[in-house]
Each structure stands twice: as structure tokens, then as C-alpha cells.
Design a protein around this ligand. Structure first.
Ligand SMILES: [Zn+2]
Length: 155
């Protein structure tokens, strides 16, 4: 969440390691006009440092919702669990795409908790994914309404 100065060489290294995608929702920098953030996985406010091992690429939505969180409450067990760490953990072990490709489904306690804490299935993300799927199929997209499980985007 911080806007701390990050040297250009470190920013470039993190961006390349992340393959130009948000570490949480996998939105690509190459298809969105908004700049990605280089986020502190452990926030500065929690003692995290501006070192490459603590930095990853995140879209502004995911970074904003993550804020200073490092843990959150698992929606199924009510236990406090760590959020997904895009630098050290494998996305496909913790998340999967829904059958229609528009939503992220947590596969583990870490994944399920991160989906809720970072609101990975917010309206904007749903509409964006629906548009991409429609565009990829080279056909006009149907009018899309967020499904009942989508978290309303307050922004
Ligand atoms: Zn994101």
C-alpha cells in the first residue's frame, strides 16, 4: 500500500519476476492502462523492509484491499491464517479459476482467506474478466451482471 520510493532497478527486477502481473488476481500490466504497484508483502508498518525479498507486483485494487494486512480470518474456520504470499507461494496451489473464468476460487485456507480479504472477486474484476473472455472469443460480449457471490466494489 505504501508509496515508498523503490529504486528503478529493484522495481524492474520485481516486475520481471512477477511477469508483469498482479501477484494476487493475475491481472496483466500489459492489458490494463493503470500502473501496477510494487507492494511490500510485509508492510513497512509491520516491520517489512524495502528489499527485493519483500516486494512483489500488485494491481492497485489488490494492493489497496490488502493494505497493512498480513493475516486474516478464514471464512470457513474463523481461524486467523496468513494471506497468500506471491513471492514464496504458488498461485495454482492456493487458487483456481471458476468454470466460466470470471472468478477466483480459493483452494486452501490461505487461498480462501485471501479471496475474501483482498476482495479478489469484486465487481470491477468480474466485469474486466468477462470482457476479456468475450474479447478473446472474438464475439460481442453479453451484458454482464455480477453473480450473487461477487463482492460489491465500494469505489
Ligand atoms: Zn490484483
Amino acid at each position: 500500500m505504501s508509496q515508498t520510493y523503490i529504486p528503478a532497478d529493484i522495481r524492474r527486477s520485481v516486475t520481471e519476476a512477477a511477469r508483469y502481473r498482479c501477484g494476487y488476481c493475475l491481472t496483466s500490466q500489459l492489458i490494463v492502462a493503470i500502473p501496477m504497484h510494487v507492494e511490500h508483502i510485509i508492510p513497512l508498518a509491520s516491520g517489512g523492509e524495502t528489499v527485493i525479498e519483500n516486494l512483489w507486483l500488485a494491481c492497485p485494487l489488490c494492493n489497496g484491499y490488502k493494505g497493512i494486512q498480513t493475516h486474516a480470518v478464514d471464512p470457513e474456520t474463523d481461524e486467523r491464517v496468513p494471506l497468500y504470499n506471491p513471492r514464496t507461494q504458488n498461485w495454482r496451489e492456493h487458487f483456481a479459476w471458476s468454470a466460466d473464468g470470471t472468478q477466483i476460487v480459493g483452494q486452501t485456507p490461505v487461498g480462501k482467506t485471501t479471496v475474501v480479504a483482498l476482495r479478489l472477486n469484486n465487481w470491477r474484476f468480474y466485469l474486466f474478466q468477462s470482457f476479456n473472455i468475450s474479447s478473446a472469443a472474438s464475439r460481442p460480449g453479453p451484458p454482464v451482471m455480477p453473480p450473487p457471490g461477487c463482492v460489491p466494489d465500494p469505489h
